[in-house]
Design a protein around this ligand. Structure first.
Ligand code: GUN
Length: 292
């Protein structure tokens, strides 16, 4: 079994972005500028956004954190989005999810200008991605593709089973894995909560991508020997023995599955860190694609 070390790979990527930014500076060019909008005080969101801002600083990007109170109206948030769309100093931005219940997230994501949508959540980017046109690819699936490529894992002709059909992970990664690309050309099956006899499918997978959100769901008898196992789960499970009061759990029972896998991502330290690195990469791409 070999570990797909997302933490180390993300660090490599960040060093590459940092070197690129440093060259931009030397040429006297403006550096990429990412903004993040955070509405409310969701603990996990605060952590993620904080980490995104620190990563921006590390690679030499400009970053702006726009923190709005929980009771921000949908209209006020849409005004903020319009302002970011119009601001020539901002290359790309994200609106951190989840949004408070009184705000229609779909409406907000549709208002983000596609050329600044570094999360790749706008239908224009999703459609362009599906059509293999230049597009912002959502950071989590993009991170999985990057991990598979950097570890030179053969995917062509392999059976890839994706468990989960969310708009930001399961659905896009299933499309990407079937496309003509280095980490692609796979035969893809998408399974989800209504799939019958899921174990029969997971056992056939050469590459198994778990994006279900149920801690420790995948057990060793559900995996083919030698499979590549990618764990996208990040569920906070309460744990009184831990100083933070919780532990982060993936969808894969790692200790049971790892001995059977050829490659496996740990949680934490697998797909998670790659997600932030790919957001940085998308912001760099935004700066380059939108350069005037
Ligand atoms: N919430 C959880 N993951 C993400 C993400 O990738 N982008 C945004 N904007 N919100 C999230």
């Amino acid at each position: 079994m070999k570990l797909l070390d997302g933490k180390a790979t993300a660090q490599h990527l960040k060093e590459e972005v940092k070197a690129h930014v440093s060259e931009m500076k030397q040429r006297g060019e403006r550096v990429p500028h990412l903004a993040a909008v955070l509405v409310g005080n969701d603990g996990a969101s605060l952590t993620y956004v904080g980490s995104k801002v620190r990563s921006c600083e590390y690679v030499g990007f400009e970053s702006t954190l726009i923190q709005l109170p929980e009771d921000t109206t949908e209209a006020a948030l849409l005004e903020q989005v319009d302002a970011l769309n119009a601001d020539p100093a901002i290359d790309g931005y994200i609106v951190q999810l989840p949004l408070p219940k009184h705000i229609d997230a779909e409406k907000v994501l549709l208002a983000v200008a596609p050329h600044k949508d570094v999360d790749g959540f706008h239908p224009t980017n999703f459609g362009r991605m599906a059509l293999e046109l230049e597009a912002f690819i959502p950071a989590t699936p993009y991170g999985i593709i990057e991990l598979l490529e950097r570890y030179e894992i053969p995917t062509s002709g392999k059976h890839c089973v994706v468990v989960g059909r969310s708009a930001i992970v399961g659905r896009p990664i299933s499309i990407l894995m079937s496309q003509k690309r280095t980490a692609g050309n796979a035969t893809v099956t998408v399974a989800h909560s209504r799939t019958e006899n899921l174990e029969a499918l997971t056992r056939q997978a050469d590459i198994l991508i778990m994006a279900l959100g149920i801690p420790d769901y995948l057990k060793s008898d559900m995996v083919k020997p030698g499979a590549v196992v990618i764990d996208v789960g990040i569920t906070r499970v309460p744990d009184a023995n831990h100083p933070k009061g919780y532990v982060i759990k993936g969808d894969v029972d790692f200790d049971a599955v790892a001995p059977k896998a050829s490659y496996i991502t740990p949680v934490p330290g697998g797909v998670g860190p790659m997600t932030i690195a790919m957001l940085l990469k998308n912001t760099l791409l935004a700066r380059m694609w939108n350069a005037n």
